[in-house]
Design a protein around this ligand. Sequence first.
Ligand SMILES: [Zn+2]
Length: 253
Amino acid sequence: MSDLDQAKRDLVIANRILAREDVVDAYGHVSMRHPGDPGRYLLSWSRSPELVEGTDIVEFTLDGKKVTDDGRPPYLERFIHGAIYEARPDVQAVIHSHAEDTLAFGITKTKLVPVIHSGSTIGAEVPVWDIAAKFGKGTNLLVRNMEQGRDLAQCLGGNRLALMRGHGFAAAGSSVMDVVRIGVYAPKNARVQTSALRLGEPLPLYPGEIEARTDMFNPSTAEMWRAWEYWARRAGVANLLGDPPKAARPSGR
Ligand SMILES: [Zn+2]
C-alpha cells in the first residue's frame, strides 16, 4: 500500500473515531498533511465524519483550493487546516470541532488547563481565539477565508489546542493519532475541570508532569496503538487498521 493510500485509510479511521466519540457530529472535520507533498493536505469533501470513506478524501493546496476540481463541495471552514499547516511545519494533522464541553472556556475568563493525566495532551497553554477581535462583531463566526485562518493559526502559536470563542476548537498534532488523542481528551478534560469548578479551585497538572507525558503517545508506542485499535474497533472500522508498530506486537518483533 502506498503512503498516500495508507494516509487516506488512517484519515478515514480518524473521521469515524471522532464521530463515535462525539468529538464531531454533522459538522467538524479532520485533515492530514499530504505524506508526499507538505504543500498539500488531505480532507474529506463536505460530508459528516461518520459517513466518510476513502473515496471522499480530497487533496487541497494550503490556501484551500482543490488540486482537482471534481464538483464536490468542500467544507466552508477548510481554511483552518491550511493556515495551520502553513504556519506550523511540525503539524501533520488538524481537527476542527464544536465539542460542547469545551465551549464554556471560550466564553468566560476561566482558562482551559490540563487537570487529568490524559488531558496533558492539550498542552500547558490553550489560547482563545475571538474572531470579533480582528473581523468585527458581524461575522457568522465561521472561518471562511485564509485571512481568518491565518489569524486563528497565529493565536494557536506553538500550542496544541486553541479554543474558538462561541464556536469550538482547532487542534494541531504531530500525527493523525496524536491529533485524535487531543480531540478525544480535550472535551473529557473540560468536563472534569467544569465539575471541579463547582467544588472549588481545580489543581492543574504541573508543567513537569505535562512534559513527562509528551513522548508516551507517538504512533510507534504500544500505548498509542492500544488506544487507536480500541477506538477504531468501537467506531466499526477495525478492518481498516494496518499492522501494529513493533512495540505493540506480542512478540516484540
Ligand atoms: Zn466550525
